[in-house]
Design a protein around this ligand. Structure first.
Ligand SMILES: [Zn+2]
Length: 350
């Protein structure tokens, strides 16, 4: 009886403490007002499986020889992206026809040739100095010793073409009088496969000040299904969303619940998860500088880092839906009234 009484008391105290935190979190949730859904859906719906497929068959073709950092195939891949943005009339942040942030060979300890991040940019109409970075990596593993090409369709052709389609959708919105209030940088990073060096370089020499960089949405493999989800493919792993900004996490959840209802799987976000995905792609370099991130990922599959990662194995309707969710999340972040709050500065959590 006594034991029971003490346990009950603990439970009671525990409940009070939890409630207080819960009510702060509720305030964060309530403070998120979703933007006009008609506009979001209109432009999200311009992202379509057919265009993603066309881009991806090209980007992961043998023409680009597996896109190994510093090699001719990778340069062609960068050129392909630059040509795309020019043809879509989407600007470079450097102006003119220079879309490259060049990384010297010395940054790779001279083990690889010089390489380039490719940057495209849409300027915000109300707070142009505040920037969201949407990123994916353009490089891959190159040609294997047996002469076979690593096409890297999922890794990270899927993220690359998602950026291309999102940029086109935001540009169309701008042309029709719905420019984003904040600026958007579409950042195609090089040298991820040799240790996230492209994002390390960008965050060391940022084109826009890091203190004005409000979030990084990083995509690395979103076109496939892993073995955990063979019978439940309407899912995506999100990693990191709640670590630096609870508001970012709930924006992401709220947008998904309103429009898409994808099963957002957080198993790899658990503290102490031994896969360490939080540290393993380019978002990490942004998080390291205190910038809230979400890493979007479909998990590993049997073709991961093999020559069999080819575009015929991509699920294009699924890639379309996942891309739309990321687009709608970005739309909310760039258009909502207040700048996304980092937890350490969030009055609602104090
Ligand atoms: Zn990758």
């Amino acid at each position: 009886m006594k034991v029971f009484y003490i346990l009950s008391l603990f439970t009671l105290l525990g409940t009070c403490a939890t409630k207080k935190y819960t009510s702060k979190i509720q305030d964060v949730k309530d403070n998120i007002v979703l933007m006009d859904s008609t506009q979001v859906i209109k432009y999200a719906n311009t992202i379509n499986a057919e265009e993603l497929k066309t881009h991806l068959y090209k980007f992961s073709s043998n023409d680009f020889m597996g896109r190994r950092v510093g090699e001719p195939g990778q340069k062609l891949a960068a050129e392909f992206l630059k040509s795309y943005y020019e043809s879509e009339n989407i600007d470079s942040p450097f102006g003119g026809s220079n879309y490259y942030q060049t990384i010297p060979s010395s940054f790779f300890n001279d083990k690889y040739g010089s390489s380039e991040n490719v940057l495209a940019y849409i300027e915000g109409s109300e707070h142009p100095e505040e920037v969201i970075v949407i990123s994916s990596h353009l490089d891959h593993l190159g040609v294997s010793e047996n002469g076979l090409i690593n096409n890297g369709a999922d890794d990270d052709g899927s993220g690359t073409v998602a950026l291309m389609e999102m940029a086109q959708a935001f540009k169309l919105a701008k042309d029709e009088g719905h420019a984003p209030k904040r600026s958007i940088l579409f950042l195609h990073l090089t040298a991820e496969e040799i240790g996230k060096k492209g994002s390390e370089f960008y965050t060391k020499y940022p084109v826009f000040p890091l203190e004005k960089t409000i979030a990084n949405l990083n995509i690395d493999m979103i076109g496939r299904i892993d073995n955990y989800h063979k019978y439940d493919k309407d899912y995506m792993y999100l990693i990191g969303s709640d670590r630096l900004s609870k508001e970012l996490h709930y924006v992401s959840e709220k947008v998904n619940n309103r429009f898409f209802n994808i099963n957002l799987d957080y198993r790899f976000n658990a503290e102490g998860d031994t896969n360490d995905y939080y540290d393993r792609s380019d978002h990490y370099n942004f998080a390291f500088h205190g910038i809230p991130v979400i890493f979007y990922f479909n998990g590993e599959h049997d073709d991961y880092h093999k020559v069999t990662d080819t575009p015929d194995k991509i699920d294009y309707p699924l890639l379309e839906k996942r891309t739309k969710l990321i687009f709608a999340t970005a739309w909310q972040i760039v258009n909502q009234d207040h700048r996304l709050a980092v937890d350490t500065n969030n009055e609602l959590l104090k």
